[in-house]
Design a protein around this ligand. Sequence first.
Ligand code: PGA
Length: 249
Amino acid sequence: MRSKIVAGNWKMNNNQDETESLLTDLKNNLPSTTAEVIVAPTFVNLAQATSAVKDSAIQVAAQNMHFAANGAFTGEISADMLLNIGIDTVIIGHSERRAYFGETDELLAKKVATALDNNMRIIFCFGEELEDRKSGNHFKVVASQLKNGLFSLPADAFKSIVLAYEPVWAIGTGETASPEQAQEMHAFIRETLSEAYSSDIAQEVSILYGGSVKPGNANEIFSKPDVDGGLIGGASLVADDFLAIVKAI
Ligand code: PGA
């Protein structure tokens, strides 16, 4: 059975004090759930975050990493650096990395390969832009992001991959895909995986929805059969909101 997951992508928010206080609130009020709960603070606070959630069910992930093992890559973070502080999950391919930092499918495929070589778990993000949806190209765009980023991998790699479908037009905009739009795309993603690999793999991979998930819409989105949880941005910065979304799953 595939896991249900609620992951909070904190992006470039929360200094050390704010990280401490948000994690304390989350830890003290975490509802009992069979879903996995993950938070992704910024790099400088990852070590602190792992120790803050040590006695709780909350897991900590990184928001990005470099594909190289080490070397002259000023400002970058390696897999080994993350593993060494107890982080074995990494978000790769977030649309903000693609749009603002020029990360291409080709670069992301290298990051994915490095993460897998290091036995890390990946939350792989992808999703179409507004124009793609308006022109009816959204399925094509998503299929090509999946193919270019992931489909050269061997089948067993998918044990370590969580997919996060995040339509760019819904991220941070307050506009969500309707539960029907999310379900339609998630079913398409599963079908695409099934064609590229097998229906077993398609059924085992968790597919999260991301893009303006809030306490008010989480229930309906999560009730869709192919939606296995959410990648939450803005609402993950407010303890009550994130906890309400965890409850919704
Ligand atoms: P949002 O962000 O929930 O603020 O729309 C989602 C994401 O970027 O992962």
